[in-house]
Ligand binder design. Structure first.
Ligand SMILES: Nc1ncnc2c1ncn2[C@@H]1O[C@H](COP(=O)(O)OP(=O)(O)OP(=O)(O)O)[C@@H](O)[C@H]1O
Length: 305
């Protein structure tokens, strides 16, 4: 049985008259590493805060580990965008603080991890490099031994090498423990080889949610004569249609496999970044599996075709 770790149904959050997140329905299975991507102001942080139980929904529900967010039976660790380190604390102080604040705390793990990263315990966190600060904050979050780890742009301000190291270390922990990770980022290429589930948020709406391999398998880029485009659009879901007078480039979604097409079409697979960018450029397009929540009717205004 696949346990659902995070389940949102019609979830929305409004600040005054403006919706930061609206009509969000998704379900993330356990053990996944979820890439939460979207442009600035899309609603990523809002979704993470709702999942962490730090914000109350204006509409709908969000359940985490089987209970309403904030009341879950398992453990959730949330690492905020501005790293929650006290700059005057030494690294050792941060560990002591973590031990005192958390009913479950794996001090041996934290110390071993920091030693492996050559991060001295007696240094003030404010004096560490951005990469080291990110690693300390991640260590504190992981030492809580969470079932779900929520990371809001953990790699912001890190150089490419440090980003790679943080992701590699995170993946090692995931492989060891099987925890579920939901991490937001602007940099899709950082997530390409590490995440296996994609959630795209755009203008407060969830546009895409699904297994990355399935999504890449279901999408294709077709290029060919513009006069053939209409026939394709009548048979397949066209996510993006980029046309000149003579040439058309279509990103199509064919969940049940690509049907036989006119041989003048050139077909190639799509890369993750291309897929994300296409959806972001086309806010009206969506790829959301039909969600069937426990005890509820199927809810999804925009199912897979
Ligand atoms: N406390 C708040 N009060 C009013 N509006 C807010 C508040 N927090 C967020 N918003 C608004 O909600 C929308 C979504 O913001 P959110 O921070 O969730 O986006 P984001 O995708 O995390 O953006 P970024 O990538 O820039 O961090 C934005 O329009 C933002 O201005």
């Amino acid at each position: 049985m696949t346990e659902t770790v995070l389940e949102a149904t019609g979830l929305g959050k409004r600040y005054r008259r403006r919706w930061a997140l609206r009509d969000c329905s998704l379900a993330v299975p356990a053990g996944r590493v979820v890439a939460l991507v979207g442009p600035n102001g899309a609603g990523k942080t809002t979704l993470l805060h709702l999942a962490a139980g730090l914000l109350a929904p204006t509409a709908g529900t969000v359940r985490v580990l089987g209970s309403p967010a904030g009341h879950e039976r398992g453990r959730v660790a949330f690492l905020a965008q501005d790293k929650p380190l006290y700059e005057t604390f030494t690294v050792a102080d941060m560990l002591r603080f973590g031990r005192r604040m958390n009913p479950v705390w794996d001090d041996g793990f934290a110390r071993a991890r920091l030693a492996g990263l050559d991060i001295p315990l007696d240094h003030r966190t404010g004096r560490l490099s951005g990469g080291q600060q990110a690693q300390v904050a991640l260590t504190v979050a992981l030492a809580k031994r969470p079932d779900l780890l929520l990371l809001d742009e953990p790699m912001a301000n890190l150089d490419p090498l440090a980003r790679h190291e943080v992701m590699r270390d995170l993946m090692a922990v995931v492989a060891d423990t099987g925890l579920t990770v939901l991490l937001s980022s602007h940099v899709v290429s950082d997530l390409e080889n590490t995440c296996d589930w994609l959630v795209v948020v755009n203008r407060g709406r969830v546009q895409v949610s699904g297994d990355i391999e399935d999504l890449l398998g279901a999408h294709h880029l077709l290029s060919g004569p513009a006069e053939l485009a209409g026939a394709v659009a009548s048979r397949l879901a066209v996510v993006e249609d980029d046309r000149t007078d003579r040439q058309a480039t279509l990103l199509v979604r064919a969940t049940d496999g690509l049907p036989a097409l006119d041989p003048r079409w050139h077909v190639r697979p799509v890369a993750l970044e291309e897929l994300v960018l296409s959806y972001l450029r086309q806010p009206e397009s969506a790829a959301l599996p039909r969600l069937v929540m426990a005890g509820a009717a199927p809810t999804d205004p925009v199912p897979f075709p």
